[in-house]
Design a protein around this ligand. Structure first.
Ligand code: IPM
Ligand code: MN
Length: 345
């Protein structure tokens, strides 16, 4: 069949995964371009639709993420996001209005962040994954401010923890430990010695779920101790499950001890598949290096590989991960080209 528009032949288009692409701000569009290039080179048929969203769009016409656009996004198989945020917009506006709105409204309740690397001072590589609860904790925006700007100002910011929310993230972590080629081990990270209400809920939910997985070993670490272990003994970990804020902080540390934030990938998952999941590098929009070719596209490319896992394109995802080993040095585009050539060949 003749196809004049450069699109894949019709039989491929029928099978193509429909991907919403939000390049976003700063280096986001640069790294996303490379991720799409690599996915296509791996032979996966995708039908990509670009959405112009982020700080730059907000400054132009005030759009952050309207309900209408959110509804449109629901129709896709997955969302690939570069990075959002620009220094001209005050903190919180785009983060809450776009990124967290997607996490909450699309019920992306698991944030899965794998860490494979050799930490500073170590000779053996580690391989662990953090499961971060992604819809609760202090991220929900509970709280408020009184007497703002006066010496008597009061601010509260509550942390919301539901048994259902903790339990579904914990269950996902145990299921992953069973499936993964690892030690079949899950560590709960929290701060039960101080956050006695939330910590107790998490610990009881963890113990209850663990009872359903007799073949999976368990441990508990306070979050401050976990920071030491990430640096000094990362090999003790297989799967870690933790709350939203601890998971945010720990996964930056995880990136730092696993070859740098330029390699750190993440999947915001709706495991119940009631809507699309969203895939994004852990790093931000890095406006200081935009256009210089210095942005490492590997984190975005590995995030696209996580997307392919979720779309059951396992062989392509594995090929991409293998191709991401030592692709540099080079510019953003050169690294993308090298990885694309490896997966194609
Ligand atoms: C992350 C980011 C986000 C978070 C910000 C940009 C809101 O740091 O994905 O880790 O805190 O979750
Ligand atoms: Mn973060």
């Amino acid at each position: 069949m003749a196809v004049s528009d450069g699109a894949p032949p019709y039989h491929l288009r029928l099978m193509a995964h429909r991907i919403a692409v939000i390049g976003g701000d700063g280096i986001g569009p640069e790294v996303t371009t490379e991720a799409l290039k690599v996915v296509r080179a791996a032979g996966v048929a995708i039908d990509a639709t670009e959405f112009d969203l982020g700080g730059a769009r907000y400054l132009r016409d005030g759009e952050i993420l309207s309900d209408a656009i959110l509804e449109e996004l629901r129709g896709f198989d997955a969302i690939l996001l570069g990075a959002v945020g620009t220094p001209e917009v005050p903190p919180g506006v785009i983060e809450r209005g776009l990124l967290l709105k997607m996490r909450f409204d699309l019920d992306l309740y698991v944030n899965q962040r794998p860490f494979i690397g050799t930490g500073p001072g170590h000779t053996q590589p580690h391989d662990f994954v953090v499961i971060r609860e992604n819809t609760e904790g202090p991220y929900v925006g509970e709280g408020g401010v009184l007497r703002k700007g006066t010496p008597h100002e009061v601010a509260t910011q509550g942390s919301v923890n539901t048994r259902m929310g903790a339990e579904r993230a914990i269950r996902y972590a145990f299921d992953l430990a069973v499936k993964r080629d690892g030690r079949k081990h899950v560590t709960l990270v929290h701060k039960t010695n101080v956050l006695t209400f939330a910590g107790d809920l998490w610990q009881r939910a963890f113990d209850a779920v663990a009872a359903d997985y007799p073949g999976v070993g368990t441990a508990y670490n306070h979050v401050d101790a976990a920071c030491i272990y990430f640096v000094q003994d990362p090999h003790r970990y297989d799967v870690i499950v933790t709350d939203n804020l601890f998971g945010d902080i720990l996964t930056d540390l995880g990136g730092a001890v696993s070859g740098g934030i330029g390699l750190a990938s993440s999947a915001n998952l709706n495991p119940a598949r009631t809507g699309p999941s969203m895939f994004e590098p852990v790093h931000g929009s890095a406006p200081d290096i935009v256009g210089t070719g210095k942005a490492n596209p590997v984190a975005a490319i590995l995030s696209a590989a996580l997307m392919l896992d979720f779309l059951a394109e396992f062989a392509a995802a594995d090929r991409i991960r293998a191709a991401c080993d030592q692709p540099g040095p080079g510019t953003t585009t050169q690294i993308g080209d090298i990885i694309a050539a490896r997966v194609a060949g």
